[in-house]
Design a protein around this ligand. Structure first.
Ligand code: NAD
Length: 303
């Protein structure tokens, strides 16, 4: 077992992941720009650090769970022109580095390159499974990196995840995750559209959901994340669309999909449409709501 883990980024995903590491008996130090998030984990046995330097002191493993590529870049390499403020200037030799944020493969590869130059092992290890999966310790990890780094990652990630895949080399974990989330967004838009169509034609959304779950429309959104309020007690839709997975993060991930498609000149008509739906939805003030709030985009406005 890794003896001391420095966990950086304690948002909707990071906090429950850090909590599961504590439950598994790891010694966990935590840091977030939001001091309150770190303080809350102290009750579970974590040591809250005041800054990056403090959190990595004495750690053999670092896990980052940050919003986007720029945050990951700045945390590892330091803000532009300030490498002394990045993790590479702070961690002890031999420290193992895991980034579980969903970011662009280019930044993941850049961090991997710096790790190699510093004789450190690094993996990109984005996750799937949402907050419920993070809380239950059943996340899917999609890892990019060398064989040796992957095996080292498995030893730690088993405490927070159920399925741990080796997608390929550095950056490949991110690429696989981007493909998954493009498909998830299309599924979410489809589920919102079908449920709203049914409701506006007199169907009960719970009955319609049960029917589709046993029919060819079955999918992850209907199984675990129904976007229609009241259908699924524990889904964000039944809790005022509190995240969960924020709409702004889904828009970010769809943007990563568009960047990848430009690079490979791939056709992504459904992903493009889903990205535009989320762009409209977020522009209407919904970016901090859960991504299933897209259901409201389809609903007739009350007059
Ligand atoms: P979040 O916004 O809730 O949490 C991010 C945390 O990082 C915040 O607490 C923020 O204060 C902290 N942070 C930002 N910059 C920092 C810095 N420089 N130093 C320390 N802390 C910093 O986001 P989340 O929902 O937890 O998602 C995290 C990542 O996981 C994202 O890349 C997201 O796309 C991905 N993801 C999220 C979900 C989900 O269901 N929420 C599922 C799979 C993947």
């Amino acid at each position: 077992m890794a003896t001391t883990i420095a966990f950086i980024g304690l948002g909707n995903m990071g906090s429950p992941m850090a909590r599961n590491l504590l439950k598994a008996g790891c010694h966990v130090k935590v840091f977030d720009l939001n001091r309150e998030a770190a303080r809350k984990l102290e009750a579970d046995g974590a040591v809250a650090a005041a800054n990056l330097k403090e959190v990595v002191a004495g750690a053999d493993t670092v896990i980052t769970m940050l919003p986007a590529g720029q945050h990951v870049h700045d945390v590892y390499l330091g803000p532009k022109g300030k490498p002394e403020q990045g993790l590479f200037a702070m961690v002890a030799p031999g420290t193992f580095l895991i980034d579980s944020s969903t970011i662009d493969p280019a930044t993941a590869k850049e961090v991997a390159k710096y790790a190699e130059q510093h004789q450190l092992e690094f993996v990109d290890a984005p996750v799937s499974g949402g907050v419920a999966g993070a809380e239950a310790g059943t996340l899917t990890f999609i890892v990019g990196g060398t064989d040796s780094a992957f095996h080292r990652a498995e030893a730690v990630l088993q405490y927070v995840g159920k399925n741990i895949f080796h997608a390929g080399q550095a950056g490949d974990g991110q690429m696989a995750k981007i493909c998954n989330n493009l498909m998830l967004a299309v599924q979410m838009a489809g589920a919102c559209e079908a449920l709203n169509l049914g409701v506006e034609n007199g169907l009960d959304p719970k009955v319609l959901s049960d029917i589709m779950l046993q029919s060819s429309g079955r999918n992850w959104v209907l199984e675990l994340y129904n976007p229609c309020p009241g259908v699924m007690e524990n889904a964000p839709a039944s809790k005022g669309y509190q995240p969960g997975f924020m709409s702004k993060l889904m828009l970010k991930d769809l943007g990563l999909g568009m960047d990848a498609a430009l690079h490979s000149q791939s056709a992504v008509p459904m992903g493009t449409l889903a990205r535009n739906l989320y762009a409209f939805h977020n522009a209407n003030g919904n970016e901090l709501l859960d991504f299933s709030s897209l259901f409201e985009f389809y609903q007739r406005q009350q007059k």
